[in-house]
Design a binder for this molecule. Structure first.
Ligand SMILES: [Zn+2]
Length: 447
């Protein structure tokens, strides 16, 4: 690989923070073909080190182990992790210092925060080693789509989580420059603005697009309605659930495959589609990822549960059995691409977006047939306002008829079932949270 400005800058960052991107890249390129035994050995070794460190340095874990009569020596296999409780954002909120290692400064942690969608800001840290390794896994994913890191340019349509502002802005500008990003802001997307994006992409001969599905979909709708296509080599979606109708339109307008990716900086979980597009390969390097059913048992292939992460290289603020609030279905078998990284069949949505209705029905983002109505309207959002009430907020197109809205209402009523009041509202806008991530399904009921 040639020494581009991105690779040079990473080398310098590595010198400064004590990691070597090249060795991380070698690891992630090799381990995607490891045997199950090799993967288990790698993860077990890191888990044992994290447990020992957490017992010695992290107040919460010292106290938990002592009160439960546990010792670090009892943790010899990955299943031993199930002796520890699942930790959620609200468990850490207000008790942040109890999860911070006494010796955290020595790991040169990067100050991070997430939240927004749950309304609960969550402050955490990434060790620089862990961050560097995670970036190597991202470079690997881009390479699955044919993107040559540091050489190819990528257009990015996203908000806060990919393009931080405020105190991170100066760093963020540097980051965009290093990564050959062409940033296409998504806060305001009028036809004129999207036309200027199309022209910029063509002028700069960009063949890769990355961003939130909802934003790229809006761009694709514009291109499609104005009869234009914009051929790309690959499109990478991230940070929101990718809906099937979005994928279909994106593939049509951009004349290429969509690579969906899942990433969670708190807990360092990640899973990404390869060129076979048969589920998402789990990153085994940065985190041990479990999918846990509501009854606490680990999901079997085909079953859905909550994603639970044990970060394998986070020492400043270890997150062990941490559930960020995402739900997924476990995949099975080995992918025909030959990579042995285990598979998630699909990301199902966020636990906060699960709608539980008074009649016992449960709806998540994937169980609602959005694709049957998205052609007739511009944008929509489904809000559960009461245990027996769903409000569908719709931004109509100029061509949307009353009959279209009644059809949507009837379909929602069918899926919601008996005794549920479905209200369809015409609205002018659907506000995005600060992160810029679109949520199609929102429950306002306390769970
Ligand atoms: Zn594969």
């Amino acid at each position: 690989m040639q020494m581009t400005r991105s690779r040079l800058a990473f080398k310098l960052l590595g010198y400064r923070y004590g990691f070597d991107l090249d060795s991380f890249l070698r690891l992630v390129n090799d381990d995607q073909y490891w045997s199950k035994t090799q993967i288990t050995e790698y993860q077990t070794k890191r888990m044992i080190e994290i447990i020992r460190h957490s017992y010695e340095n992290v107040p919460f874990y010292r106290q938990y182990f002592d009160s439960e009569g546990l010792t670090p020596e009892q943790f010899t296999s990955l299943t031993d992790l199930n002796k520890l409780p699942i930790i959620r954002k609200q468990d850490v909120h207000g008790k942040h210092h109890e999860f911070l290692a006494k010796n955290h400064a020595g790991f040169q942690p990067l100050d991070r925060a997430t939240g927004g969608t749950t309304g609960l800001a969550f402050k955490f840290y990434n060790d620089t080693q862990s961050w560097g390794l995670n970036w190597a896994t991202k470079i690997r994913t881009f390479s699955w789509g044919g993107y040559k890191y540091g050489e190819d340019k990528v257009a990015v349509m996203a908000g806060g989580s990919l393009l931080p502002e405020g105190k991170f802005e100066a760093k963020s500008r540097f980051w965009r420059f290093l990564n050959n990003y062409l940033v296409l802001p998504i806060t305001i997307m009028t036809d004129e603005i999207m036309e200027s994006y199309r022209k910029k992409i063509i002028r700069q001969r960009i063949r890769f697009l990355r961003g939130y599905p909802s934003a790229i979909y809006t761009f694709a709708q514009y291109l499609s309605s104005s009869g234009k296509s914009l051929p790309m080599q690959s499109v990478f979606t991230t940070a929101e659930m990718l809906l099937e109708h979005q994928r279909l339109l994106l593939e049509k307008v951009f004349c290429c495959k969509v690579f969906d990716t899942y990433g969670c900086g708190d807990g360092m979980g990640g899973a990404n589609e390869c060129e076979v597009h048969n589920g998402l390969h789990i990153n085994i390097e940065t985190s041990f990822l479990q999918i846990v059913r509501p009854d606490g048992i680990e999901a079997k292939p085909g079953e859905t549960g909550e994603i639970v992460l044990t970060a394998l290289h986070e020492y400043a603020m270890p997150l062990i059995r941490y559930a960020p609030g995402d739900m997924a279905e476990l995949g099975e078998g080995i992918c025909s691409c030959g990579r042995t990284l285990p598979l998630i069949k699909k990301i199902v949505g966020r636990t906060t977006d699960l709608i539980e209705l008074a009649n016992g029905r449960k709806l998540n983002g994937l169980s609602i047939p959005f694709e049957t109505w998205t052609d007739t309207i511009d944008k929509f959002q489904i809000v559960q306002t009461q245990i027996d009430q769903l409000v569908v907020n719709i931004i109509p197109k100029t061509t949307t008829t009353e009959h279209d809205l009644q059809t949507i209402k009837a379909r929602m009523q069918f899926f919601a079932g008996e005794g549920i009041d479905v209200i369809v509202n015409r609205v002018e806008s659907i506000p995005l949270p600060k992160s810029g991530k679109m949520r199609y399904v929102v429950s306002k009921i306390d769970k």
